[in-house]
Design a protein around this ligand. Structure first.
Ligand SMILES: Cc1cc2nc3c(=O)[nH]c(=O)nc-3n(C[C@H](O)[C@H](O)[C@H](O)COP(=O)(O)OP(=O)(O)OC[C@H]3O[C@@H](n4cnc5c(N)ncnc54)[C@H](O)[C@@H]3O)c2cc1C
Length: 414
């Protein structure tokens, strides 16, 4: 069967792949986007009813990118939770640091968004672009190059061709594997348990993270029915403990025990807690592709890198990948250059690989520092947290970093 002519094929229509499709589609490119996940029948639309289990903390830079694409107003009109404050403390000592949006004169330090709501917002915008074809429920099974074209085979038997192909197909990226791009992977020895809780004390627009000996525990504020009584939980801990916590989440009486464990771990700062969902867990593996590009091919998002969720940076880095790749390709075409030119692809890789590598290294360092039981290190980190808390200049610098405003920030995110 003959397929329409496309400029680029994007494999993976999660938050990152769908953002790239929109960036290129808006620039007039003919895009085909494939995703393995079928469209699901839902009782309530995304952003209504109980909170979704998978959420992301988006930086100001990511928010600006989504605003420039018209996606942010769609999502914000439904359900997002801004947070104006952050509290980070050491569960094994007195060290504590506070960040406030007022310190740098911004409205919010970030926003918590349900992943499925963001994808729905991206899809709603993509539907308005006739030059973008979105196929859901189709799986990439083969990839090769013929006569300067990428040839993608789907599980339907269809073959699609275009000069360029992008892998936005997640941590286990089939396209990366089929293209033979190597990967370094480091098991962090932790797994992340996610669930949702109702809290007796409102979260007051504050994101909280406590570093426990087994790993960090985050309480991310949600805005369910406009209130501040719900939080999304990301509890990074040992795989054995993660399995135990997941098992607790499966039983009614177990959820009460899980709620008590969470209350204790967070020093009761949010009062009595009620666990309102299951508590699945995900292994935490830091991965980095040895190359982000090959002939006519680029990797973005989790297909290129995955990192510890402790700083909530994964999807933000992926969105920056999409913005930089689109910036390079659209600019190349405007100048009459070929977007598939290896020099253009190399520029994308150069701009993103170093930034992402630095973040991966920082997460590794954090995990070591806070996972250490050495008395000297424990003392240093407690002193460090409280010490930095008394240094307004350094704190402002850290906030700007967390807002995604340092480094090589693509045009649309400034
Ligand atoms: C517990 C936890 C908490 C996190 N919290 C945060 C946070 O607060 N902030 C943050 O920035 N990041 C966070 N992250 C990371 C974030 O979730 C990921 O970085 C993000 O989901 C990656 O998006 P993506 O679009 O690159 O990949 P994915 O979301 O994995 O999307 C990949 C897509 O590819 C599709 N696909 C896979 N195989 C095929 C195939 N063969 N054919 C076609 N399609 C295919 C899949 O169906 C999927 O839709 C967290 C991660 C975890 C595990």
């Amino acid at each position: 069967m003959t397929q329409p002519t496309n400029d680029v094929l994007i494999v993976g229509g999660g938050m990152v792949g769908a953002t790239l499709a929109l960036l290129l589609g808006e620039a007039g490119w003919r895009v085909a986007l494939f995703d393995a996940a079928p469209a699901v029948e839902r009782a309530t639309p995304p952003g209504e009813g109980a909170p979704a289990l998978r959420v992301s903390a988006l930086t100001a830079a990511s928010q600006r990118l989504l605003a420039s694409l018209g996606v942010w107003p769609w999502v914000a009109a439904r359900r997002v939770a801004p947070y104006r404050r952050m509290q980070v403390w050491d569960g094994e000592g007195g060290g504590e640091i506070h960040f406030d949006a007022d310190d740098v004169g911004v409205e919010a330090l970030g926003h918590i968004v349900e992943n499925e709501l963001l994808v729905a917002g991206l899809e709603a915008r993509l539907e308005a672009l006739p030059q973008v074809t979105c196929l859901r429920g189709v799986r990439l099974t083969g990839y090769t190059r013929e006569a300067g074209q990428a040839v993608v085979t789907l599980d339907t038997g269809e073959q699609w061709r275009a000069p360029l192909v992008v892998g936005a197909d997640g941590a286990h990226s089939p396209l990366r594997n089929l293209a033979g791009i190597a990967l370094t992977a480091r098991d962090t020895g932790q797994a992340a348990v996610v669930t949702s809780v109702r809290c007796a004390h409102g979260h007051a627009g504050t994101a909280r993270q406590v570093f426990l000996p087994s790993g960090p525990l985050a309480f991310l504020p949600l805005a369910i029915e406009g209130g501040d009584a719900h939080c999304s939980i990301v509890w990074s801990t040992t795989p054995t403990e993660a399995r135990r916590l997941t098992a607790l989440g499966e039983r009614e009486d177990g959820r009460a025990a899980l709620a008590e464990a969470l209350e204790r771990a967070v020093d009761g700062r949010l009062g009595r807690l009620e666990v309102i969902d299951a508590a699945p867990h995900f292994p935490i593996v830091q991965r980095h592709a040895s190359d982000y590009v090959a002939e006519g091919l680029a990797l973005i998002g989790d297909a290129a890198h995955t990192l510890h969720p402790l700083a909530g940076q994964g999807v933000n880095l992926g969105l920056m990948d999409a913005a930089v790749l689109a910036e390079e390709w659209v600019r190349a075409r405007q100048r009459g250059a070929e977007p598939g030119d290896p020099r253009i692809l190399a520029r994308y890789a150069r701009r993103r690989r170093g930034e992402n590598a630095a973040m991966l290294a920082a997460m590794q360092g954090f995990q070591r520092l806070f996972g250490s039981r050495q008395p000297a290190l424990r003392l240093a980190r407690n002193w460090g947290l409280s010490g930095v808390d008394r240094l307004p200049l350094l704190k402002r610098l850290l906030i700007r970093q967390a807002l995604g405003e340092y480094g090589d920030v693509p045009q649309r995110c400034r």
